[in-house]
Write a protein that binds this ligand. Structure first.
Ligand code: AHR
Length: 326
């Protein structure tokens, strides 16, 4: 029976592209008793510049904190994340951290971690589980607030406009916390004035390629687009290619708001192709390692740790770009 379980785990690992880093070995289950900590981390994928910067932050911070990191890339598939988490339970890691690709469907595997007495930290994205005892803390951005910030900038820009403002929206991965919350926060603000009309809204899965493809379709179906609201920089950058391909000028003919503030997005903002970016910081690694050390020692941690973030206009992007870390 044990052999069969091991084989299943091995099959799961192949799909999840598991790689160890930060010192090898691991799986000690020492609970920090001998001072060593092994963390199993299940990453969403490598869909965006934000995600690449987040992965780097987690890997570098684990190394700096002396935590052995077992890292897996789920290629944006929930089943791969579930397999990776099960393998970490099997390996008796000291703590599991993961960034859930979608919000729902985690209770079973989180209960398995709880039964195995392995603490879980949610990082970057939340789950919609009612049982909050299934994880110790959630470290990440307030995505609803990010959506509100995007909406407030738009309302201010068009405060004197009398004509309708036609908006198209590129949503993030369907069912993910940032897609749900950034949509809700934006809608809450612009929905208060009927002149703001969201004429089309579709997922671009947080990728540049999908952002371009969906924007091409938006442009064909909607001749009078005034504003694009993209849930991340990558989709916005793909959409810029589509807008230019249609003979329009991004940032002028169509105003563009995005979320993240990764280097390429900030460059497009400084170049005048994007009009406003709401920051979402991927540099969660140092705080994640601090929280991991505490939960392994069974010390109390806040149930929610919200990332500090700002916003950027075109002028602010020019100033910030030279010292931008990602
Ligand atoms: O969960 C954070 C989001 O995921 C980022 O805004 C996006 O770029 C990434 O893919």
């Amino acid at each position: 029976m044990l052999k069969r379980i091991s084989m299943l785990v091995v099959a799961g690992l192949a799909a999840a592209t598991l790689t160890g880093c930060g010192g090898g070995g691991g799986g000690s289950g020492s609970g920090g008793g001998d001072g060593s900590i092994t963390m199993g981390f299940s990453q969403v994928g490598a869909e965006s510049g934000w995600r690449t910067a987040n992965t780097k932050s987690v890997q570098e911070s684990a190394k700096a904190a002396g935590i052995t990191l077992k890292f897996s890339d789920a290629q944006q598939k929930q089943e791969n994340q579930i397999k990776a988490i099960r393998s970490y339970i099997q390996q008796k890691v000291d703590v599991i951290a993961f960034s859930p690709v979608v919000e729902s469907g985690w209770d079973t595997v989180l209960k398995e971690a709880k039964n195995a007495k392995i603490p879980v930290i949610l990082t970057d994205r939340a789950v919609d589980s009612k049982d909050t005892s299934l994880y110790k803390t959630f470290l990440g951005s307030d995505f609803v607030e990010e959506g509100r910030k995007a909406g407030k900038w738009l309302v201010e820009q068009y405060k004197d406009a009398k004509d309708p403002v036609n908006i198209v929206e590129l949503q993030g991965t369907t069912g993910s916390a940032p897609a749900n919350d950034r949509k809700a926060g934006f809608q809450e603000v612009v929905g208060a004035d009927p002149k703001f009309r969201i004429v089309a809204s579709q997922t671009g899965d947080f990728t540049r390629a999908k952002g371009k493809e969906v924007m091409e379709a938006f442009l064909k179906a909607n001749p009078d687009i005034d504003v694009l609201y993209a849930h991340n920089d990558d989709m916005g950058l793909g959409a810029i290619e589509a807008i230019e391909g249609a003979g329009k000028v991004p940032g002028k003919d169509i105003k563009i708001i995005t979320v993240d503030a990764v280097h390429d997005g900030m460059q497009a903002l400084a170049d005048g192709k994007i009009n406003y970016i709401v920051e979402c910081s991927p540099l969660l690694g140092p705080q994640l390692m601090d929280l991991a050390k505490k939960v392994v020692k069974n010390e109390s941690v806040p149930a929610r740790v919200v990332t500090e973030e700002t916003t950027f206009t075109q002028e602010q992007a020019k100033t910030a770009l030279p010292s931008r870390k990602y």
